[in-house]
Ligand binder design. Structure first.
Ligand SMILES: Cc1cc2nc3c(=O)[nH]c(=O)nc-3n(C[C@H](O)[C@H](O)[C@H](O)COP(=O)(O)O)c2cc1C
Length: 344
């Protein structure tokens, strides 16, 4: 891992480069936006900015946890150059998140984001993620934001959240706008709603007006249910926001950030091949000089879940996908893809 100079102001500088169109960034997604997939996106589709998966700052504070979690905090210089990388961290402990933010800065990331939207019970039990939305945890939320600013003074501090816990709670949004954040991203659903209802885009303009009044310098991004870049720009101009974050849309078209270009069948196989190779290089059996020699960092099953992303949208895709899903070894899968490419 190399370290480059941190750049406070990356969000604004990227926004300027969009010539008024607004930012389209890839959402943080656990077991999805890892170093391998970010590399594919940066090379072929290029979101304005990209996010790591969420990483536990409590885990980073422990020597054994840290060793494992550092694998989630890797990037390449090339990747960062075309699509700067924001590291997302979470914790309910100010000391740990301060240390986590300091590490993110030291590792050379382009920014740090605080997760206050995760709905998982396991995470919420640790007073992390969406649990921080609750009114009784507001003081702690403020302390955590302050701790991140102290830990990473050279980085833009962003925060991603939801509209409320059980109900839409504009007092939470007001509170966040009073925290002097560089960037605020709102996933337009409550924690209770998970992803089961449509995102409340009808509230976005009201929130933008609140931002204009309370904290005009905070960049505001909306998130939820955007599947195309066209839709993204429509939402940005309709609500006067600075950008949008796109998550699951990438599963429907891995090249959506490239002006919604739809990959050809051949391109889909080529992308899949490259992704498998990157996945294995990052998470396959460890190299000889490492203490866990021979062990995998991530199960190959996590890679196979991407078959749905690439082998999609052409006649017979489902059958091919089912066939490829049966293959368990990376080399065998690569060989079968080569076979399919020859027979196209
Ligand atoms: C597989 C998966 C993993 C996710 N992991 C994270 C995460 O690590 N951090 C986070 O803030 N949100 C996470 N999310 C939520 C997304 O970032 C995003 O807010 C949500 O999917 C709504 O946006 P979309 O409708 O564009 O997908 C995850 C979502 C999915 C589908």
């Amino acid at each position: 891992m190399f370290v480059t100079k941190n750049k406070k102001g990356i969000w604004r500088s990227k926004l300027t480069q969009t010539n008024g169109k607004g930012l389209c960034v890839i959402a943080p997604m656990a077991d999805v936006t890892d170093n391998a997939f970010r590399e594919i996106l940066a090379k072929y589709s290029t979101p304005d900015l990209s996010y790591t998966e969420f990483v536990s700052a409590d885990g980073l504070a422990h020597p054994t946890g840290k060793k494992r979690l550092l694998r989630d905090l890797e990037y390449t210089k090339k990747q960062r150059k075309s699509s700067p990388v924001i590291a997302q961290i979470f914790s309910g402990k100010p000391d740990n998140i301060r240390q986590g933010a300091a590490l993110v800065q030291k590792l050379g990331f382009d920014g740090v984001d605080i997760n206050t939207g995760c709905p998982s019970r396991t995470i919420n039990k640790q007073v992390c993620g969406a649990e921080l939305i609750k009114i009784e945890n507001r003081e702690l939320a403020g302390e955590l934001i302050q701790a991140v600013k102290e830990g990473a003074p050279k980085l833009d501090v962003a925060l991603k959240t939801r509209l409320g816990w059980n109900e839409i709670d504009m007092s939470w949004i007001t509170f966040l706008l009073e925290q002097n954040l560089d960037v605020l991203t709102i996933h337009l659903r409550t924690r209770k709603e998970m992803s089961k209802v449509s995102a409340h885009w009808e509230l976005m303009s009201e929130i933008r007006e609140m931002r204009d009044k309370i904290s005009p310098h905070t960049l505001l991004l909306g998130n939820g249910d955007i599947d195309t870049k066209e839709e993204a720009y429509q939402k940005i101009s309709e609500h006067g926001i600075d950008g949008v974050m796109i998550g699951r849309g990438i599963f429907k078209n891995p090249l959506l950030f490239d002006a919604d270009r739809v990959p050809s069948v051949k391109e889909r196989y080529v992308l899949l091949k490259e992704h498998i190779k990157l996945f294995e290089a990052n998470f396959g059996p460890t190299k000889r000089n490492m203490s866990e020699f021979g062990k995998r960092i991530k199960s190959f099953y996590l890679m196979k879940k991407f078959l749905k992303v690439y082998i999609n949208g052409f006649p017979g895709a489902k059958e091919v996908r089912n066939e490829l899903m049966q293959i368990n070894e990376p080399e065998d899968l690569l060989e079968e893809i080569d076979h399919k490419l020859i027979n196209l």
